[in-house]
Design a protein around this ligand. Structure first.
Ligand code: ADP
Ligand code: MG
Length: 684
């Protein structure tokens, strides 16, 4: 690997290196993997007489007259020149580029690249890029556009990448074994990297992208699958099969399980009864009744003499599970010990819980990430449940299961993922699907509205709230940074609280709030003391307030469909007709079509299949999941065929050669180990 410091690369040095570091580029390898976000096609030379307004174009011109220089402000000069390509004239203006006055020659041909403006029939270009035809490096090519920050210009990055490729091209080793590369018509890694930065044509770009996607997916998929096979191969799992308590629970439920729930429960029962550890993912749409399944499994463990635990991604959700489970258990007259642990549990209480946990006095422990801390030791944990799996990475799951001797693992997610992708993303798990909702659920009426209909919608909310209902208003999705998230929600909160909804009690909820604060707000909302809750996506999972009947999502175009579907799932939980209002501020047809899918169906699996068709698989790869960057998933891995090919191939490779022995796999293996370095169960 080219894993030495980028600062030693020619033309970089300590200052630029620092700027590159801020882009996440530390080594030459990182730099080579810092792919452009888009490209500028400068292959075609346009003629002036065929120009239209406002487009970036490449022209090949001669300067017609000596350029003129003027000082327009104390520190601003302009140079004006008239140019022609023989079919027409174009006026060029350069700001603060004094050197041009002596360098522009009347006898040379130049390429200029920039935005054309037409001013009463006169064409002009301001600050075009200009280069001599004789030694042009950009004209005639497809140029990369990188994502920029911190005073690094696109030109700088382009140059640095070029240098890196010049010096180290031959040192870029392939990761994909030669025979696979040939089978799938891929290209060498060094060529793929070069063409992703500097594609010479569309075909080269496509194959380069496919090669890199293939490579990244192969690393991830083989890693996940081999974790799975290692888990399955370990024989010292535990057998858990006493379902007596669990069946008591079912008998006392006020409702009958759906067929899908029964099927999944049986799959789980079978897994648990085996001596090999269970590794099962339960996928079920919002409201399909996953909680009861988790409780069922935990009760089997308890009755068989083991402890079990359930981890949820937010304190709110964990607390809700804790309450639900206590309620169910009470209902069935089952006497067991259930405790709750989170980051905000007081020290004294926490120590008490930890002690009891070690002694085996606690049967079921519900909580947040706090459950994976080092000091949490179980007496004999037999089952680990994680809810809303998409919020946790493989690593966190492994940490929790490492607390016992290969306990059974059950993970649950409400993010419906098309089957083809699920195999890929959860390659280390068996999958159960609850594809049926309990009977009698009402369809949530979904509307897509434009920005200028917002007020109308506020009136609608007003009407509903006056009747005693509650509503959510979700603030636009902003950057992941907490501050921005807060600003966005707060701005809307303040605007609404002082205008349209001044007569109601409004609440605000966002991620960086203290846990106790969050809980208080949710509780107030639950009790009806808050009428309208302005929130960020923190309410996406789990929150259950049946009296809330309206979900309004601002700037809905910024969200993925799956996420919108999750948010919508916060309403429609009671008996009253519920509504979801998507405010679409984008004018594109694509965006409208996308949202109309939500209007048409309430079925999460259909939604995700459609999302897959429209947006490609990128969105389904949670960034926290598998060491793929947001960029990777959005720009590189967007071909479902590649995902499927890799999925099938990975299984085949591992079944024939579980340890990836042999020289051809050395590099691949190195990268897999590096990606999953936190797992101790990978390879021998
Ligand atoms: P999710 O799958 O989203 O976690 P929950 O487990 O929270 O769903 O269940 C949603 C609601 O549906 C709960 O109030 C639960 O009691 C109820 N429920 C679950 N299963 C059934 C069923 N078979 N029939 C009727 N209601 C059910
Ligand atoms: Mg749930």
């Amino acid at each position: 690997m080219l894993d030495f410091d980028v600062k030693f690369l020619k033309g970089v040095g300590p200052n630029r290196a620092l700027k590159l570091n801020r882009l996440g580029v530390y080594t030459v390898e990182d730099l080579l993997n810092y792919f452009p976000v888009k490209y500028e096609d400068r292959r075609v030379v346009k003629k002036i007489n065929e120009l239209k307004d406002e487009k970036k174009v490449l022209l090949k011109i001669k300067i017609c007259d000596y350029p003129k220089k003027a000082r327009i402000k104390k520190n601003m000069t302009i140079i004006k020149a008239l140019a022609t390509d023989g079919t027409g004239f174009i006026h060029l203006t350069f700001f603060n580029q004094d050197h041009l006055i002596n360098n522009l020659s009347l006898s040379e041909f130049y390429y200029i690249f920039g935005v054309v403006k037409s001013n009463y029939g006169k064409f002009e270009m301001i600050n075009p890029e200009i280069e001599l035809v004789a030694n042009a490096t950009k004209a005639g090519r497809i140029m990369p556009i990188y994502s920029l920050t911190y005073n690094l210009t696109n030109n700088e990055i382009t140059k640095i990448v070029k240098v890196a490729l010049e010096y180290y091209f031959e040192k870029i080793d392939s990761i994909i074994p030669e025979y696979i590369r040939k089978d799938y018509n891929l290209i060498l890694r060094k060529d793929a990297i070069r063409y992703l930065h500097f594609p010479t044509n569309g075909k080269k770009y496509t194959i380069a992208k496919k090669t890199i996607a293939f490579e990244k997916l192969l690393i991830m998929q083989i890693g996940l699958l081999s974790i799975k096979s290692k888990l399955v191969a370990s024989l010292d799992g535990i057998q858990i099969k006493n379902a007596k308590l669990a069946d008591m629970l079912l008998n006392s439920l006020p409702f009958k399980l759906t067929d899908a729930q029964y099927r999944v429960i049986n799959e789980i029962k079978c897994d648990m009864a085996k001596s090999k550890p269970m590794n099962r993912l339960v996928q079920g749409d919002v409201g399909s009744g996953k909680t009861i399944i988790a409780i069922y499994a935990m009760l089997i463990a308890v009755k068989s003499g083991f402890q079990s635990s359930m981890m949820a991604p937010t304190e709110i959700l964990a607390m809700q599970h804790y309450d639900t489970i206590k309620e169910y258990v009470k209902l069935s007259n089952i006497e067991i010990n259930i405790e709750f642990l989170s980051g905000s549990t007081k020290t004294k209480q926490k120590n008490d819980i930890l002690n009891k946990l070690r002694n085996g006095e606690i049967d079921i422990l519900i909580g947040t990430h706090a459950l994976i801390e080092d000091n949490v030791e179980f007496n004999n944990i037999g089952l680990v449940v994680t809810d809303e799996q998409h919020r946790f990475g493989v690593r966190q799951r492994a940490l929790l299961s490492n607390k016992g001797m290969n306990p059974d693992i059950l993970v649950m997610t409400a993010t419906p993922i098309p089957r083809t992708l699920a195999l890929m993303l959860y390659g280390d798990l068996d999958i159960s699907i609850i594809d049926e909702l309990p009977p009698g659920r009402q369809k949530i009426k979904t509307y897509v509205v434009k920005e200028n209909q917002k007020i109308e919608m506020y009136n609608f909310i007003d009407e509903k709230v006056r009747e005693g209902n509650q509503a959510y208003i979700v603030a636009p999705l902003v950057d992941e940074s907490d501050n921005l998230e807060l600003d966005s929600a707060r701005e809307i909160y303040e605007e609404l609280a002082t205008t349209y909804f001044s007569k109601y009690k409004l609440g605000i909820l966002y991620g960086s709030m203290k846990n106790s604060e969050k809980e208080r707000v949710i509780n107030d909302f639950y009790k009806g003391e808050i009428n309208i809750l302005v929130s960020t996506t923190v309410i996406e999972v789990g929150v259950n307030v049946p009296n809330a009947v309206i979900m309004m999502i601002l700037n809905a175009e910024r969200f993925g469909l799956a996420q919108l579907h999750q948010l919508r799932g916060r309403v429609g939980r009671g008996k009253t007709q519920s509504y979801c209002i998507l405010v679409n501020e984008s004018k594109s047809k694509k965006s409208k079509d996308r949202m109309n899918i939500l209007v048409k169906t309430n079925d999460g699996f259909l939604v995700s299949e459609e999302d897959l068709k429209i947006r490609g698989p990128g969105d389904f790869f949670g960034t926290a999941q598998h060491g793929l960057s947001k960029y990777d998933v959005q720009n590189i891995i967007n071909d479902i065929d590649v995902v499927q090919d890799v999925s099938i191939l990975s299984k085949k490779i591992l079944s024939e050669n579980p340890n990836l022995d042999g020289a051809e796999y050395i590099n691949l293996k190195k990268h897999i180990i590096n990606l999953f370095k936190d797992e101790n169960i990978i390879f021998n």
